[in-house]
Design a protein around this ligand. Structure first.
Ligand SMILES: [Zn+2]
Length: 322
């Protein structure tokens, strides 16, 4: 059986093929090592946009595989889209950090350990956006000024071409909703990461999260404000929420299971992040995402037609204005 963990070239090609049949492709930037960073869009141009990102962290491949299944379900004619594709515009940037992905995939293919998280300059791209607030944290995960640490935030916000590509895509797209795919932890996280202060739209985030959980056939993800896990500075979700009013969630795909029973896997960070059998993890995530998108659509309809007794005005996901 082929490994589900393919080389960058073939993973990239699978997205291009999907877009050539059902949507449009755009080159939104170039990585430090010169690989293209691409975005794909599907659906009616004027519809509310949902932005999906993957592989900001180049070792979290199961997140990216789950994201590709989401795309195939929504726009690939698999019969799972439940009409969502007619109501929403979907914009995907599935391989934001192609250099790290390529490096890890090459190592996995020859049986070497793989752990590259940041870009080719060692910057953690999910600490390289403009911070949503001034708070600093002593947590080693928050974003570091030290280049040798895995959570190195870079010399300044948007110092990296990969981060700028995502920023510019978001500014052009103005997404109402954004889902960033990472791994692992079976978690659904919403802003803020920079402060423990409760997000003013926490009720709305929690409503979407409940819809995600209720649609999952397997172990249900835990929903929490990101700062409850650990503080972060300069992450994409905080910036999207603060700057664009986007409802922005991170999906931490999968969990540690019995895959670490052998010593070689225990010593290889790649297998902490990524399961041997991708199918159950992907299915469990896919159905959660579809449930969340349906809930977001239904609340948008409730705002468009406020006299309809759908949901009271507390859920305004896709029609959110601020
Ligand atoms: Zn991550």
């Amino acid at each position: 059986m082929d490994s589900p963990y393919s080389r960058w070239e073939s993973f990239d090609a699978s997205w291009r093929e999907l877009a050539s049949r059902h949507g449009a492709e755009e080159r939104i930037g170039e990585s430090v090592e010169g690989r293209p960073i691409r975005a794909y869009s599907f659906g009616p141009a004027g519809a509310p946009a949902v932005m999906f990102t993957g592989l900001l962290h180049g070792v979290e491949v199961i997140g990216a595989i789950a994201l590709r299944e989401v795309a195939r379900a929504l726009v690939g004619g698999a019969g799972l889209s439940r009409g969502l594709a007619d109501q929403l515009r979907f914009v995907f940037a599935p391989i934001v950090n192609p250099d790290a992905y390529a490096a890890n995939a090459e190592r996995v293919a020859r049986g070497a350990r793989a752990w590259v998280r940041g870009n080719a300059r060692g910057v953690d791209l999910n600490r390289n956006f403009a911070p949503a607030g001034p708070a600093r944290s002593a947590s080693p995960f928050a974003g570091s000024r030290w280049a040798f640490l895995p959570h190195f935030a870079g010399p300044h916000p948007y110092s990296e071409p990969e981060t700028r590509a995502v920023r510019d895509l978001a500014l052009a797209t103005r997404p109402k909703l954004a889902l960033g795919f990472h791994s692992f932890g079976n978690l659904l996280l919403y802003p803020w990461g920079f402060t423990a202060r409760r997000n003013p739209r926490a009720v709305e985030y929690e409503r979407l999260g409940r819809a995600f959980r209720a649609s999952q056939p397997g172990a249900r993800y835990t929903l929490r404000q990101a700062s409850g896990l650990y503080r972060t500075q300069g992450d994409l979700d905080d910036w999207l929420d603060a700057e664009l009013g986007t409802l922005a969630l991170t999906v931490e795909v999968g969990t540690l299971d019995r895959r670490l029973l052998t010593l070689s896997r225990l010593l290889d960070p790649f297998w902490w992040m990524n399961p041997l059998d991708v199918r159950p993890t992907v299915e469990n995530t896919l159905h959660g995402v579809l449930g969340l998108l349906e809930a977001a659509c239904s609340s948008a309809r409730a705002v468009d037609h406020p006299t309809e007794p759908l949901e009271p005005r507390r859920g305004i996901a896709l029609a959110a204005r601020r």
